[in-house]
Structures are given as structure tokens and as C-alpha cells.
Design a protein around this ligand. Structure first.
Ligand code: FEO
Length: 390
């Protein structure tokens, strides 16, 4: 149990070893499942719990706690809710406080009895005596039922996934801002980016709050909240940066020759290029680079009549994450059928970007294809100049 402020404690678990979330999202730096204990003058509450893998360690931290009145569930996903059933068993008089939608999901996911719940509405408060918790519904950070809890007297926002980072760290509060920025941006890209417009609305809802500490349920706490809030304002804005992401894969070298030449042309035009070999990178690397880029390019050879499966996967991931890029295109090579462009287009209906003329080469690229790539770079430069705010 680690003290945050008087009668407010961190009781979460650090997962140094986890490397994959949802069998999909890479966690190069592990993660943590943050849970918080608040002892008011009359009532005691716990905010969120930990992944079921850490239930035993979690309950052990509470072995001296005699009474628990409320378990607050901000989010039904099991990395936060998974230890609730054990906690309810350990404290049979405790009530489970959440919103209506989260209640239904907790019943579905964890088979919790309906009579253990206290349902709260948006803006409702509960008193712990000398401390008051206010609940604010913040849908889609990360599921539709998500909410945050604001501890009024201490100006602490318990934000669950919102503002979190997948980072196992021994420091309770952010110490190394660069490290946390990278982890939080990766987390935003993988978890939050598809809900960018909803996040904007939720940020508006938080505007009136005096926040001294943001206590998320993954990663270190923020004692300078503006650090992460300013970062979010940048990420969720409609502004794009003078950047091109090229997700590429090559089989016999033709697509690599094209990609390398295009990279050179873009660099000559002072455009930042993120060239990502999708055969070897983790998808988090792709995701994080999709946050700001004005242009996305898929570079792929043709496998029979399809894009290379790695390229198809990258396109599907980009489509799921709904980046704010303004321009999109495809470059690559083929042996006998130049059909992969149309196939890729079908994978990306969510990317509302202008589709620029693709560049394809039958076999090894030559002078003609390199000229087309140079023209593409020039076109990208001109388009960027029109949309990028200085
Ligand atoms: Fe950390 Fe959406 O759970």
C-alpha cells in the first residue's frame, strides 16, 4: 500500500512481464493495473481493482482492512474489474458503485448479483464523510460504459483507461516525462484513437474541474496533469503534421527499391518520413506513427492478386484505429496482375482521406516508375502545404 495523500493509497499491481494485451496489443514496457483505496471519515472506498492474475496479491494488501463500504467500478473490462468478485466475497457488506451500462456489463462478464450494486448517474456524488466522490460519464474511453471519478476535496481525477499508459514503473508519479509520453501516446494510438471525437467531448466535460492529480488505472500518476492533458489536446485535434507513414513490405526487392526512392524524394522536400517494415515491426509502432501523420502509404508487392498479407494486416489495423490522416495511397510491384490496390482500398473504409494516384511497377522499377514516385512526393508536399497549420 503506497500513500498518495492523507488517507488515499495506491493498491494496484505492476505487471513487469506482460507483453501482449487482448492477444493483439504489444506491451514492450509491461503495464500496471492501478487500484486506489480512499479512507473517508465515515466510509471507505476502493476505485477499480486489478487483473485477475494479481487477485491474490491484491487481497493480501487489504488483509488489515476491516471495513469496505464501496467498490467503484469505472470500467467493466477485466483488467480492472476482474478482481471485483473476490473483493465482494471478502467484504460481503460492500456495495458495487457504477453506472447503469457498466452494471449490466459487469453482470454479463462476471456474473455478479444485481443486488450488490448502487447505480449512479452522470454528475452524481457519494459522500465518504470528509471526502466526496463525483462520477462523470465518459463513454468510449475505452468502452461505452466508461466513467471517471473525481475526488473533490483532494482534486484527484481517477480516470481509469483515460490518460493511461502501458508502462510498468516503480515510480508512483511520472518522473521521466519522455518515457511516459511515448508510452501514453502508444496507448492512446492503440486504445483511444478510434474514439477521438468522443474523447474531445469528454475533455470538454472535464474542463470545469480543478485537477491536481490524474490517477489513471494504467501507468504512473500525473502530478502535473497539464502534461498529459496538453498531449491529448494535440493528439485529438484535427491538426496533422508534415509526416508520411510508409508501412512497407518487400519480397524480392522491387517494392523496397520504390519505397527507398520515395523516402529520398520526401526527405528532399523536408517531409518527415516514418518508414516501417511491417514484416518485422510491432503494430504499436505503426499505431503511434499514425497519430499525427498527414499521409499514409501502404507499400506492398502483389501475392498472386492480393497485397502481401502483412500489408493487408497493416491496412486493417489502420482502418480500425481511424487515424486523422488527410491523404492515403499505395505503391508497390506486381508480376502479372495489378489488382492489389483495389483490394487494399476495400480494407480501409474508415480512413476518410483523399486517395492519391498510386504508383505500381511491373517487376523491378525503372526510370518511368521513379519519375512517378518523384511526382507523388511533389503532390504530397503540395497537399501538405494546404492542410498543415504552421
Ligand atoms: Fe484497461 Fe479498457 O481496460
Amino acid at each position: 500500500m503506497r500513500k498518495i495523500r492523507n488517507n488515499i493509497f495506491f493498491i494496484g499491481s505492476i505487471d513487469w512481464d506482460r507483453r501482449l494485451f487482448d492477444e493483439l496489443i504489444p506491451l514492450p514496457d509491461g503495464t500496471s493495473y492501478n487500484s486506489y483505496l480512499i479512507k473517508g471519515s465515515q466510509k471507505t472506498a476502493i476505485i477499480d481493482t486489478v487483473d485477475p492474475e494479481f487477485s491474490e496479491e491484491f487481497l493480501d494488501k487489504l488483509k488489515d482492512l476491516e471495513k469496505l463500504d464501496y467498490i467503484i467500478s469505472n470500467h467493466a473490462e477485466q483488467d480492472h474489474s476482474g478482481s471485483i468478485p473476490m473483493l465482494l466475497k471478502r467484504f460481503p457488506d460492500a456495495k458495487l458503485v457504477t453506472n447503469k451500462q457498466c452494471k449490466n456489463m459487469l453482470i454479463d462478464l462476471l456474473d455478479i448479483s444485481g443486488n450488490r450494486f448502487v447505480v449512479v448517474e452522470d454528475g452524481q456524488e457519494i459522500s465518504l464523510g470528509d471526502k466526496t466522490l463525483k462520477f462523470i460519464l465518459t463513454p468510449w474511453v475505452h468502452w461505452p460504459e466508461t466513467m471517471v471519478a473525481y475526488l473533490k476535496e483532494d482534486s484527484i481525477l481517477f480516470s481509469c483507461d483515460f490518460f493511461g499508459s502501458h508502462l510498468a514503473a516503480s515510480d508512483l508519479f511520472v518522473k521521466n516525462k519522455c518515457e511516459v509520453y511515448e508510452a501514453a501516446k502508444r496507448y492512446y494510438a492503440e486504445i483511444m484513437m478510434p474514439f477521438r471525437k468522443m474523447i474531445k467531448k469528454n475533455m470538454e466535460k472535464l474542463k470545469g474541474l480543478d485537477i491536481e492529480i490524474i490517477a489513471p488505472s494504467h501507468g504512473p500518476l500525473y502530478d502535473e496533469p497539464e502534461f498529459i492533458m496538453d498531449a491529448y489536446k494535440d493528439w485529438i485535434s484535427d491538426n496533422v503534421k508534415n509526416e508520411v507513414v510508409i508501412a512497407y513490405v518487400s519480397m524480392h526487392g522491387s517494392t523496397k527499391l520504390m519505397t527507398d526512392r520515395l523516402v529520398d524524394f520526401l526527405i528532399e522536400k523536408d517531409i518527415t518520413v516514418r518508414k516501417i517494415n511491417i514484416a518485422h515491426t510491432d503494430i504499436g509502432k505503426l499505431a503511434i506513427n499514425l497519430v499525427d501523420a498527414a499521409t499514409i502509404i501502404i507499400a506492398t508487392p502483389t501475392v498472386l492478386v492480393e497485397p502481401h498479407p502483412h500489408a493487408a494486416y497493416a491496412a486493417i489495423i489502420a482502418n480500425i484505429l481511424k487515424p486523422k490522416a488527410k491523404f492515403f495511397t499505395v505503391i508497390g510491384s506486381y508480376g502479372w496482375a495489378g489488382t492489389m490496390v483495389e483490394r487494399i482500398k476495400k480494407y480501409v473504409p474508415n480512413i476518410k482521406a483523399e486517395f492519391l494516384e498510386p504508383v505500381l511497377s511491373r517487376g523491378k522499377p525503372g526510370k518511368k516508375e521513379y519519375e512517378m514516385l518523384e511526382n507523388l512526393a511533389e503532390k504530397i508536399k503540395n497537399r501538405h502545404e494546404k492542410v498543415i497549420k504552421k
